[in-house]
Ligand binder design. Structure first.
Ligand code: CAA
Length: 274
């Protein structure tokens, strides 16, 4: 089970400088990658900003939608950081020779890991390209809705890198080891239609229906009570690592905890009552 990072939330100004926008409305938070002129390319500040959003998320938030502004969801790392050119006003990547190198990657990964927290359901709403770090961000979310023009690519090996922003496990979990190897080691692009076949997308819709489809999914998720939704997500997350007997025991424990918590609060209408 993952938990939200412990970093302090960034003030809005620094989120903007990191190419991010956050809008919280009641139980829904929308995070927008907002550097469309660079196809939402990411820098360490973007990853820090994502971690800060996770750390500062108000407790009432139950659904987080990650979107990209403009024609692409996200073009991955800002290539100027890899070329050595550097992005103006941005810190560079940590040098691999630096003893802090792996810790620096852990801090970047914190921007992704909170999206699995059982207290929220995260949705990647992907239009256009999701490449490298951008594809991994989509993989970090619980659910993916794709517009018909979506294109997914794990580009890192073709650039002399491994994917290191938490994407390899969800990719293998979803598509299986042989397909994950084929996708990563050829760095080929997966269309939206293939993404559905590979179970990389829960839904693919025409561009004109994209926003409505995201809203409908959010509404459907919020129609289920917060406590059962959170307990069920936590339960489902344990299933792959459990035997049938272990998972059956986990179900019993989760049900007891849920119903005992409910019994200890002032009685509401019984489930199913009008
Ligand atoms: N970094 C920096 N700038 C980028 C960028 C990136 N990743 N992707 C696009 N841009 C910039 C372009 O340089 C261009 O800038 P100018 O207008 O100043 O020329 C602008 O964004 C628009 O780009 P395009 O004209 O190429 O837009 P397009 O819509 O025709 O194509 C695209 C979009 C397919 C995403 C294409 O831009 C592209 O292939 N980008 C590079 C993708 C890439 O290789 N990313 C690295 C992935 S690996 C990774 O992310 C590593 C990791 O995890 C650590």
């Amino acid at each position: 089970m993952t938990s939200r990072p412990s970093a302090e939330p960034s003030p809005d100004g620094s989120l903007g400088a990191a190419g991010l926008r956050l809008a919280v409305g009641g139980e829904v938070a929308t995070v927008t990658l907002a550097r469309p002129e660079r196809r939402n390319a990411m820098t360490p500040a973007t990853w820090r900003g994502l971690a800060a959003i996770g750390a500062g998320l108000p407790p009432q938030v139950r659904v987080v939608v990650i979107r990209g502004e403009g024609p692409s969801f996200c073009a991955g790392i800002d290539l100027r950081l890899l070329s050595g050119e550097g992005a103006p006003g941005e810190e560079g990547l940590v040098n691999p020779g630096d003893p802090d190198f792996e810790q620096a990657i852990a801090r970047y990964q914190a921007g992704y890991l909170w999206l699995r927290d059982p207290s929220i359901v995260s949705i990647a709403a992907v239009q256009g390209h999701a490449i490298g770090a951008g594809f991994q961000l989509a993989l970090a979310c619980d659910l993916r809705i794709l517009a018909e023009d979506a294109k997914l690519c794990m580009k890192e090996p073709a650039l002399g890198l491994v994917p290191d922003l938490t994407g390899t496990k969800p990719l293998v979990d979803i598509v299986g080891l042989p397909r994950a190897m084929e996708l990563c080691l050829t760095a080929r692009t997966v269309t939206a239609a293939e993404a559905v076949a590979l179970r990389l997308a829960e839904l693919v819709v025409p561009a004109a229906e994209f926003d409505a489809a995201v809203s409908d999914l959010v509404a459907a998720l919020l129609a289920v009570g917060a406590a059962p939704a959170r307990a069920t997500k936590a339960l489902l997350q344990q299933a792959a690592g459990h035997t049938l007997q272990e998972q059956a025991a986990a179900e019993r424990r989760a049900q007891a905890a849920l119903l005992r918590r409910r019994a200890s609060v002032p009685a509401g209408p019984p489930p199913g009552s009008p």
